[in-house]
Design a protein around this ligand. Structure first.
Ligand code: SF4
Length: 307
C-alpha cells in the first residue's frame, strides 16, 4: 500500500498556489492603486502591465488569507448586530479622470444610510499601531499609506460624508473599525494625480521616480523603470559591513515575529490580572513611568538600502 507523504501534500499545495499566480491587465487607474506614491510606477503599470514581475507563492498565500478574512470580518459585524450589504457586483467607475473601483461592503447606520467599509487583514503589529487615518498616512509601509486613497475614492464617487476601515488582526481575528471622513483636499489631490498620469501617458513622458528610494526595493516594475540610482562617489567598499548587514536582514524576520507574537500576547491577556496557560503564569503589573525631559542633542540614523 502506498502511503501519501506530508512532503507530497506540501508540494501539491505549493503547486496549486503557483498556478493561481497571474499578471492581470491594468489599463486604467483603480481605487486600489491610485494612492501608490510613485507616479512613474503607475505610468509603467498602465502602459506596460504585462511586464510586471509576478508575485511569489508566499504573497499568493497572503492574498488568499486576506480574502478569507473578509468573510470573518463580515461575521464579526453581523454578530454585533449590523446589517451588512455585500453585493456581488459593485464595480463602478469615475469617468474624468478614469478611475475604477469595487467596494468591499457597506453597513447600515442608525439613519438607514449605507456606509462604505473597506476590509483589511493586518498583522498584529500593524493592528495595534493603526488607530486613525493619520496613522495610515504616516505608516512606514507604502501599501498602508495608500489605503486612505482607496476609501476616499469610494466616498467621492458615492457622495458619502464618511466611511470605515474594518481592520482584522490576522493572528487573533479581532476586528476594529476606523472612521474616515471625506476630505475634499485629499480627493482633489488624487484627481489631479490621476490627470497627471493620464497626461503623461498621452505625451509618452515617464514621470519622475519616487523620492523614497526604499520603495524601489521589491518594486515589480523596477527592471523596466530605467532609473539607476547612483551611489555617492565617496562610498567605500566594506565587505565585513556587507556581511553584518546580510546577517541583520536574516535575523529581522525573527525580530518581526517576536514583536507580532509579543503584541498578540498582550492583546490576549487584555485586562486580566493573572492567567495560567498550562506552562506559564502570566501576571499583569501596573508600573508608573516618571516623565522626564530628553536633553537636546544631535542623533545620527543609518539608512541602509539594497543596491
Ligand atoms: S523602481 Fe522605484 S522609481 Fe521605479 S517604478 Fe518602481 S518605485 Fe517607482
Amino acid at each position: 500500500m502506498n502511503l501519501v507523504t506530508a512532503q507530497e501534500i506540501n508540494e501539491r499545495i505549493a503547486a496549486a498556489k503557483q498556478k493561481k499566480i497571474k499578471v492581470y491587465p491594468c489599463r486604467n487607474l483603480r481605487a486600489s492603486n491610485i494612492g501608490h506614491p510613485c507616479e512613474r510606477f503607475l505610468y509603467l503599470l498602465l502602459t506596460r502591465w504585462e511586464e510586471q514581475q509576478p508575485h511569489d507563492v508566499g504573497l499568493q498565500n497572503v492574498f488568499d488569507l486576506g480574502n478569507t478574512l473578509e468573510t470573518h470580518t463580515i461575521n464579526n459585524l453581523k454578530e454585533a448586530g449590523y446589517e451588512v450589504i455585500t453585493p456581488t457586483q459593485w464595480s463602478f467607475q469615475i469617468n474624468d479622470p478614469l478611475i475604477t473601483g469595487r467596494e468591499d461592503l457597506r453597513i447600515k447606520d442608525e439613519n438607514g444610510e449605507l456606509i462604505p467599509v473597506e476590509v483589511k487583514g493586518i498583522s498584529p503589529f500593524e493592528f495595534s499601531k493603526l488607530n486613525t487615518v493619520e496613522d495610515f498616512l504616516h505608516s512606514k509601509r507604502y501599501y498602508i499609506r495608500q489605503y486612505p486613497a482607496q476609501l476616499l475614492v469610494y466616498l467621492y464617487h458615492f457622495a458619502k460624508m464618511y466611511g470605515f476601515f474594518a481592520l482584522t488582526n490576522k493572528l487573533t481575528g479581532e476586528t476594529k473599525m476606523i472612521r474616515m471622513d471625506f476630505d475634499w483636499d485629499m480627493a482633489d489631490g488624487l484627481l489631479k494625480k490621476a490627470e497627471r498620469i493620464y497626461k503623461a501617458i498621452e505625451y509618452k513622458k515617464e514621470p519622475d521616480a519616487v523620492e523614497d528610494m526604499a520603495m524601489c526595493d521589491g518594486c515589480k516594475l523596477a527592471h523596466i523603470c530605467g532609473i539607476h540610482r547612483a551611489i555617492e562617489p565617496d562610498v567605500e567598499l566594506d565587505g565585513e559591513l556587507n556581511d553584518l548587514i546580510n546577517q541583520k536582514y536574516d535575523l529581522k524576520k525573527y525580530a518581526d515575529q517576536y514583536a507580532e507574537v509579543d503584541s498578540a500576547i498582550k492583546s490576549k491577556v487584555g485586562e486580566r490580572e493573572k492567567v495560567i496557560t498550562g506552562d506559564y503564569l502570566v501576571q499583569r503589573k501596573c508600573i508608573q513611568k516618571k516623565s522626564y525631559m530628553v536633553p537636546e542633542r544631535t542623533e545620527y540614523r543609518l539608512q541602509i538600502q539594497k543596491i
